[in-house]
Design a protein around this ligand. Sequence first.
Ligand SMILES: NC(=O)c1ccc[n+]([C@@H]2O[C@H](COP(=O)([O-])OP(=O)(O)OC[C@H]3O[C@@H](n4cnc5c(N)ncnc54)[C@H](O)[C@@H]3O)[C@@H](O)[C@H]2O)c1
Length: 416
Amino acid sequence: MTTPAPQAAMVRVAIGPGYDVVIGPGVLAGLGGPALRAGLWDTSGPRADSAHGLEAGATQAKPTKAAVLVDQRLASRYAPEVAASLSAAGVESFVVPLLAAESAKTMEAAREGLVEMARHKLDRSGVVIALGGGLVGDVAGFCAAVYRRGIRFIQCPTTLLSMVDASVGGKTGVNLDIGDDETTNIQKNFVGVFHQPSVVLADTSTLDTLPMRDLRSGLAECIKHALIAGAVPGVAWPNSLAWTEELLPRVLAREPSALTQLIAKNVELKARVVEEDEREERPDGGRALLNLGHTFAHAIEPISHLRPDTTDASSPLTHGEAVALGLVAAAHASLALGLCSLAYAERVRQLVRAAGLPDRISGLPPAETLIERMSHDKKTRAGVLRVIVPHDDARASVMTPAHEALVAGWRAIARS
Ligand SMILES: NC(=O)c1ccc[n+]([C@@H]2O[C@H](COP(=O)([O-])OP(=O)(O)OC[C@H]3O[C@@H](n4cnc5c(N)ncnc54)[C@H](O)[C@@H]3O)[C@@H](O)[C@H]2O)c1
């Protein structure tokens, strides 16, 4: 097990051989250091975890080479530190810049990464370092999962969303365009592999450069986690909403200890969820709970004319902003179903507002159109719409709500 630096926190994820998520300012500098080596290659001898992407019999040999797949916007700022730390540990590295844009989260981007890895003769003892937000983490993880039938990878998330969500749980992949020569038809995360990282290093000081809008967007997933905390077995997070409300001002001020606390608590929740349901197979509870707010969000995220009123944003809704609106809509759908109180639904709205996220939006299409869009969500099973609804006291359940409840949800976020 890894030993965290004094100001750092650590959460263990018990999937397969297990891995540590190390959280705190400056943890990236320890990438090649003893802490990481322990996480990566202390255990000598054969492994038998082919279910986690490594062939049975592959050993935990010390890597001599690392491929650093990095968000190209961050390459000059963070990649040299990573390379120096690896070099000090005797690990040679090379950098592969990736464009962090949904339009570039493609098979072609993965192919380019794989080709660079092969050209640099990365062998099966090699390691992939994913340095960036969730987008780079997903693509780099996918490359690691399929390269020579799977090699180890390390997540170094640099956005709040990727620290509290994307870097933990082993989902990797790219989007697939199934359009023809004239049209594009992007299916998000349609090609991918479950492949757990060997260790996750969430360096909170990288958040200093993250735009405020992206920081707020990550908070939407934290609010979601606080709303399901009571429904996840094994999570000790009493009064999760009050806890989050109280911490928010310090998080928005990017106070290092507050960021570490927030991320550690949220990673703990995500870890307990994915440990129970690694491959999202449970129809109720499990990973499905993480979709709270998302079925509403997916219906509005692609609508390019929607703009949040809370920021001076000139670009469409971010994923986190759509999720924030989805959380408010889900809470009000729950209210209409008699599953939560008005006070609770309004508390969700206040929390979203306190994070500087939108709780209402102008220009929404009619509710009927949005409900139709919801029924096409990729998480729909056998054509039946399944929505996660929050209940009082941070509980939540998976259900098929009555039509009127969905209408009430959409009305609750429409700005007239
Ligand atoms: N694997 C999973 O379980 C999982 C879960 C949730 C989301 N995702 C995926 O994650 C992706 C979204 O991730 P994201 O929100 O982290 O976005 P992102 O990786 O696209 O990053 C958002 C923006 O922030 C910039 N950026 C990243 N780190 C920065 C830093 N420290 N300083 C300055 N700028 C920085 C990026 O260049 C980009 O412009 C989506 O593709 C989504 O599908 C995956």
